[in-house]
Design a protein around this ligand. Sequence first.
Ligand SMILES: Nc1nc2c(ncn2[C@@H]2O[C@H](COP(=O)(O)OP(=O)(O)OP(=O)(O)O)[C@@H](O)[C@H]2O)c(=O)[nH]1
Length: 379
Amino acid sequence: MAASRTHRLIDLWLGTESAQRLRLRQTSLAMALMVISIAALHYAVHVGGGERGVLLWGWTACSLGGMVAFYAAIRSGWSLRFRDPSLTSQQIAFALVAAALGYAQAGPLRGAVFPVLTLILMFGMFQLRARSAYALSFGALALFGAVMAFMAGLRPAAYPPAVEIGHFLMLSFMLPAVAMLTARLSRIRRRLSEQREELARALAQLQAIATRDELTGLPNRRQMQALMDQELLRSLRHHHDFCIALVDLDHFKRINDEHGHATGDAVLRAFAQAGQAALRATDVLARWGGEEFVVLLPDTSMPPAIAGLERLRLQVAALRVEAGGGTVGVTASIGLTGHRHGDTLDQTLARADRLLYQAKAEGRNRTVTDEAPRPISLG
Ligand SMILES: Nc1nc2c(ncn2[C@@H]2O[C@H](COP(=O)(O)OP(=O)(O)OP(=O)(O)O)[C@@H](O)[C@H]2O)c(=O)[nH]1
């Protein structure tokens, strides 16, 4: 109960979208650091005998208000319009200005600002590019240099010039060092993301090789086998019909022999395109091997299956492929059968194969089914 209330509060503060949650978590951490730094500065001024006057309270209000404004800009989604919706550089720049102004008021304990400064710059380590990290570091150095010079001139007793020069020298070593580390991390991050993209590309390529026929771009035999297995399971669960057809190009050897292998390849590609166009979007045409193809017609009974295969056969017969100045045509023989409940896929495929053999034997360029003959509608 208490846990779920805590979760609800956290969701209210951070939202539920994961990238936004990450950004807001980081900003909340920055806010916490700001609150601790404000408390520490008040303590430092108090211990140092300084006056907690309007300047300190003004600084406190601006520092807190700024962080709340950053939180609101991110939480409301307003910052999503920027390249970096976390507003990392802007938050760091703001915190650096607040730190420099805090340094001007901290008195004898002002050295405590330096580790905070490092911490502020470390917020950029996982986000900033090298250029931004160097710009922020050198900007901070210039800002602190100006504040140190100003304070040494204004209150030399509290900010002795010799001590300020020492502080500046320390910063001029420390800040570029942090920027160098950030730049190194940024390079590692970039290399990692390049490698990740390369891996994703290689994986996509491997998937295409494993599932597609290279010549025609159709699903290959392995992929078709998986699709038919899936369809078999679906048909068992939902008690629907599906059909399978074996399609074989006629006298294909002759095309190769008379026009060359390249023309044969072009005919296979043209067949694949025309075949897919003739079928419904849910039907799958796959290359089974050589000049033999399989069509899977999911959730389809025999009459529409016959119509679909006849449409395919007629469109293939109308194909003309360029070959050495002329054109070459091709026809297809088709064995079509419906899957029978209780049969294995191999049994259905064997039946389609026998029907295909029959189509060849009866003169080719025809669709043969084991269904009782009925008028074919091409609708
Ligand atoms: N160009 C090309 N030819 C192929 C490819 N795969 C198989 N073949 C050829 O397809 C031809 C198939 O010939 P056969 O099995 O004798 O059949 P067919 O000539 O089509 O005769 P029927 O099937 O009886 O009508 C062979 O010459 C194979 O070399 C391929 O990827 N590209």
